[in-house]
Design a protein. Structure first.
Length: 338
């Protein structure tokens, strides 16, 4: 298959985080065929029951191309027009995975060795696959991480602080609300305070931003709710400590604050001759590196349509990415003297 056909086949495999098995099986099968034909090795790196990463390498993997196999919900099947491949994962990150496998094929055809492919589960939720891979490094000195950057080299990415706020109340019949205490009303008041927390930024990465992603709670319309919770995600342009402290001050005494994930601001390696950008999203890189080497980040597609009903990637960008990835591997191998 060419890169667009391969990417479309991947898009049509539903792989929402936690349900990556069919996708991982298919990727393992495709990469295994390439490995058998070119003397490589492929393994399943267990993460948890029915979930595994796929790792392939040809020789000692000095440079590793890596991206993730999972997607956010909902599943959106593929379609094509003259310019774009559409569907969930088209740019984040199944098109990228297809370009990386195609680049590996191109490299092997030219006689290159000493590189690998690492495809992980769980990036969209908690980086479970990346955390598992970090415990089992394979000697790679450079990791080329694939995320949609419009084929520009990312110089830095924002960090992330994921928090859960849990409010407690007391149940009562809603006809007599004075006998209870509404956890939902408490949560709403707390969230309003959190929304007013000043968030510092900087000139390089811009503003630190906060998103209230989910709210849940209550039992029935006629019951004063005894529990409610919200999940929030802060995109960090600065160190997490002052942001965390400010949110804690807004919550303390009224609700419980739980930290789910904290990822620092990341700066990537430079590769001369490529256009550059700075991105606001967070990746698996903080979990994978330095165990898998110095990080480089680039990929086809724009993050602006990822996680939306309009997710798509230009077919021309997929084709360009194949050449960019292959050239980048060669350059990094040369720098490493491999």
């Amino acid at each position: 298959m060419n890169v667009v056909e391969f990417a479309r086949a991947l898009v049509d495999l539903e792989s929402i985080t936690g349900n990556e098995r069919a996708m991982a099986d298919y990727v393992h099968e495709c990469v295994s065929k390439l490995a058998r034909a070119a003397g490589g090795r492929v393994e399943r790196m267990d993460v948890e029951k029915d979930r595994f990463n796929v790792f392939a390498h040809w020789g000692a993997p000095v440079v590793t191309l890596s991206t993730h196999m999972d997607t956010v919900p909902p599943f959106i099947p593929s379609r094509e027009d003259d310019e774009f491949l559409w569907g969930r994962g088209a740019c984040d990150a199944k098109g990228i995975l297809a370009a990386m496998v195609s680049a590996a094929e191109k490299l092997l055809a030219s006689g290159a060795t000493n590189f690998g492919l690492l495809f992980v589960v769980g990036e969209e939720r908690n980086s479970a696959g990346a955390r598992a891979a970090a415990k089992s490094p394979r000697g790679s000195r450079y990791l080329i991480n694939g995320e949609p950057t419009e084929n520009k080299l990312a110089l830095a990415s924002k960090g992330a602080l994921r928090l859960e706020i849990v409010a407690r109340g007391r149940m009562a019949h809603s006809a007599y609300p004075e006998l209870g205490e509404s956890a939902i009303e408490t949560l709403l008041d707390v969230l309003e305070s959190v929304r007013r927390v000043p968030l510092p930024g900087n000139a390089e990465l811009g503003a630190t931003t906060l998103n209230i992603g989910t709210i849940s709670g209550g039992r029935a319309p006629n019951v004063v709710p005894d529990a409610a919770n919200a999940e929030i995600l802060v995109r960090l342009a600065v160190d997490a400590a002052p942001v965390r402290a400010a949110i804690e001050a807004a919550v303390t005494g009224r609700a419980e604050l739980k930290e789910v994930l904290c990822v620092p601001v990341i700066r990537f390696e430079r590769v001369d001759g490529l256009p550059t950008t700075v991105v606001s999203f967070t990746t698996d890189v903080p979990m994978l590196c330095p165990a898998w080497g110095k990080p480089v980040m680039l990929g086809p597609g724009t993050i602006h349509v990822a996680h939306t009903a309009e997710e798509r990637v230009r077919k021309s960008e997929l084709a360009d990415a194949v050449t960019i990835y292959a050239d980048m591997v060669r350059r990094l191998l040369a720098e490493a003297g491999a």
